[in-house]
Ligand binder design. Structure first.
Ligand SMILES: [Zn+2]
Ligand SMILES: [Zn+2]
Length: 142
């Protein structure tokens, strides 16, 4: 069974459209892209989903960082789990800021790339995101 959209190995999914149930044959990626979004978590501030982020690499607003932080930085959970075992638990805010700082570092390297490429639009967008993120980090510490 192959995906009717892209031809990769697929599964059957039941979907409901207009009150009628029907079956579609799609790979998980196409299923997510076509039908997964209505159930996806959305940033309460700008309405962006994590799928949007994965596609564009850009977050909609500064609140997205907090809302999607688990998805953004799955490795952080392991780090926090590790500290829990040793009994050395950093402050809750420290953990949260750590995630935000990682994301900001990632954005900064992308900004440098954009500047090198001479992509002003992208540099502007990333700059705005970094600014928003910095404000979030400062807000978290206040
Ligand atoms: Zn597919
Ligand atoms: Zn947002």
């Amino acid at each position: 069974m192959y995906c009717t959209q892209c031809g990769r190995p697929a599964s059957r999914y039941k979907i409901v459209t207009g009150g009628e149930e029907r079956e579609v044959v799609l790979c998980p990626a196409c299923y997510q892209a076509l039908y997964g979004r209505p159930n996806a978590r959305r940033c309460p501030s700008c309405g962006m989903t994590f799928e949007d982020y994965k596609r564009t690499g850009l977050l909609g607003c500064a609140k997205c960082y907090r809302y999607f932080r688990r998805e953004l930085l799955p490795a952080v959970k392991d780090i926090q789990g590790g500290t829990a075992h040793t009994g050395k638990t950093p402050g809750k805010d420290a953990g949260e800021n750590y995630e935000l700082l990682l994301e900001r570092a990632r954005l900064r390297s992308r900004l440098e790339e954009a500047v090198r490429r001479g992509d002003d639009g992208e540099a502007q967008r990333l700059g705005d995101q970094i600014k928003g993120l910095s404000e979030t980090i400062r807000g978290g510490r206040a």
